[in-house]
Design a protein around this ligand. Sequence first.
Ligand code: F6P
Length: 342
Amino acid sequence: MRIGILTGGGDCPGLNAVIRAIVRKGEWVYGDELIGFLDGWRGVLEQSTKPLSVESMRGTLPRGGTVLGSSRTNPYKVEGGPEDAKRAIAELSLDALIAIGGEDTLGVGNRLYGDGVPVVGVPKTIDNDLSGTELTFGFDTAVQICTDAIDRLHTTAESHDRVMVVEVMGRHAGHIALWSGIAGGATVTLIPEEPFDIDDVCASIKRRHARGRYASIVVVAEGASPKAGTLELVSGEMDEFGHVRLGGIGNLLADEIEARTGYDTRVTALGHVQRGGTPTAFDRVLATRYGIAAIDTVHDGDFGKMVALQCGEIVRVSLSEAVGTLKEVDPAVYEVAKSFFS
Ligand code: F6P
């Protein structure tokens, strides 16, 4: 078979491990020809490709990023985009397309599948907010990076008896904040699913400080927001999928905490450091399992599906189920975090 592969949306560690696994089993076991599209759906629209082979993928397992490049191009926002995408599949004589991406990339894949394009999806998002799967690869790496950063911030915060606000990724869901907040022993963790009350946040910090010279760590997901009518948030520009560029809640929060408590407060926005570098061993294994499952799914002719992790097993779910709703944090796990709020 001739099979196209693309990586779309924000990158995350483990993308190359997925591609490598698809290519390894595709070329060596099934005798496939693998073609990579450059820069996500943009590469499909422009028919910009590069051949992929076992040889060309050597050494990429531990490398972050994606050898194919990525973009947030949405063919459904480009005049004639869906037709150009279908034409590319036909003109390149592709028998299948494997799309590695999150809600947006796979949402496009699902619509094209509805239009007759044989698509299989692989779940990717650093935010871990894709439905149908318990985990996306890259998330474990991001949580480890944030936890390491929080551990480091603890020691400097303690030296100066400061409040440290740590802003982490998580546009619509607070999985990274929640996991790294619990792992890093945060005083308060704020997530998009539950708008926060700045009075409660400051009261927690004051209670902790009243007990002695204890510094505080506040972990905040970039998409967390104050309760309506409390603090004003300025929003940024939108991308082609209608998402606002975030970043800024950490600074707002730090300013308010310092003004309201009088405690010296600093902010660290971890930003894209969370998406960079080598994947953890866990993410390399998960990504490899997804890649192998994806090429098998293609050869079973089981299109319109996304490979997924459920109860430790790799399964297949429909693309429409995966992109239907976002997976928010489990309230029971957030309650665990709250047990440690001062
Ligand atoms: O892909 C998800 C994500 O990492 C979000 O957590 C974040 O808001 C966004 O991407 C950042 O996007 P960009 O890389 O385009 O700045």
